[in-house]
Design a protein around this ligand. Structure first.
Ligand SMILES: Cc1ncc(COP(=O)(O)O)c(C=O)c1O
Length: 371
């Protein structure tokens, strides 16, 4: 008789389920908050990773100045969950969304990024009609080539345009270099982040030389955090994944000497073995619909000998590096997902546990809120 069948992991939890280790979660929140504060940085965690108002409230209680949201739906879910200060880190365009943004800005403190004069005019008209003064943040392209103005000249021109609108106020600049965050080699990541922050500083200087104040310089993620702490360019950091972590982030160097992250990995997927019909192969109930497949593959926690491969929408394949597999149907395995954001987005709730027992269920309110 397989002992894991007699004493399975979380027997009351049906699988697949998204687990969150409460002790590790609290530790990660405390570590980043303390490190940000000791470096004189405001911490504004990104809600796009956890999408959960309960986690956001814990981050606020620990000392965060507010949350970031990638989408308006995420920002609305955070507001519904009691978060009163949100920076929307993606431009909000078009009358439908801008209408929602105005309603949100009437409820809580909202900042939104802008990188286009047409959008500035659209926001200004709506803010004026809503009788509010909307805080906007100029997004600067610091090398990711996604959103953002691409030069100090354009940043200063946009600042002039914002200044001319009575219903808008310039709250700061944002520069985020996402493509470098998971760069495993610290020295290479640092080189890229230094260049990105140089580009951001040039835009900040250009805006200031044009006569405008830049109260907040915001950006950065989990991978750049140890670098942002010492560079001194940002005044506010936006890490998201640090709170849950994933197998991509778990593999990066945290400092020059190749040292590992001080962060633990609270997030895992609980899976069940459903078939062992072929010797040497076990099929589990986690496929593309239960784990992100956009980057790194899930890693089996506590079983480094097991190798996971996606085997379809609902199926995953486990083999063993030792050649022999000791699994039977009904066995349970914990997987560390490859990418936390896109995994969390697949689940309605976190099963929160401590000491090997389920402690709470936290809804993931912003899950699927992609608009
Ligand atoms: C603008 C912005 N800020 C911060 C983050 C958080 O980064 P991470 O999850 O790598 O910590 C992201 C993530 O994509 C982002 O898009």
């Amino acid at each position: 008789v397989n002992s894991r069948i007699e004493n399975p992991l979380f027997p009351d939890v049906d699988t697949p389920a998204l687990l969150l280790d409460e002790t590790r979660l609290h530790a990660n929140i405390a570590i980043l908050q303390q490190q940000a504060a000791s470096s004189g940085l405001a911490l504004r965690p990104h809600a796009k990773a956890h999408k959960c108002a309960h986690v956001a409230r814990l981050q606020m209680e620990a000392g965060a100045v507010g949350l970031c949201a990638a989408k308006l739906g995420e920002a609305e879910a955070m507001a519904d969950g009691g978060i009163t200060d949100v920076l929307v880190t993606t431009p909000i365009v078009g009358p439908l969304k801008i209408g929602r943004l105005m309603r949100l800005a009437q409820r809580i403190t909202v900042r939104v990024v802008v990188d286009d004069e047409r959008n500035v005019h659209e926001l200004a008209r709506a803010a004026s009609a809503a009788q509010i003064v909307l805080r906007v943040v100029i997004e600067v392209d610091v090398g990711q080539h996604r959103c953002g103005v691409d030069s100090g000249l354009r940043a200063a021109a946009l600042a002039h345009c914002i200044h001319a609108q009575a219903s808008l106020t310039l709250a700061g600049v944002q520069g985020y270099q996402g493509s470098l965050q998971c760069q495993a080699d610290y020295a290479e990541r640092r080189r890229g982040i230094v260049a990105a922050m140089d580009a951001l500083a040039q835009s900040v200087n250009a805006i200031r030389e044009a006569g405008f104040a830049v109260p907040v310089i915001t950006g950065g993620g989990t991978g750049s955090f140890p670098i942002d702490r010492v560079l001194g360019c940002l005044t506010e950091v936006q890490p998201g994944s640090y709170v849950t972590m994933d197998s991509a982030y778990n593999a990066i160097d945290w400092c020059e000497a190749g040292g590992r992250m001080p962060l633990r990995a609270p997030l895992s997927i609980l899976a069940s073995v459903v078939s062992c019909a072929t010797p040497g192969r076990a099929i589990i109930d986690v496929g593309w619909k239960a784990a992100s497949s956009d980057g790194h593959v899930p890693v089996c926690r506590d079983r480094p000998d097991l190798i996971f491969e996606f085997a379809g929408d609902e199926h995953g394949l486990l083999t063993s590096s030792t050649g022999s597999l000791d699994l039977v149907p009904g066995d349970r395995i914990e997987l560390m997902p490859g990418h936390c954001d896109t995994t969390v987005n697949l689940y309605d709730r976190f099963v929160v546990h401590a000491g090997g027992r389920v402690q709470a269920i936290w809804p993931i309110e912003a899950r699927g809120k992609s608009n």
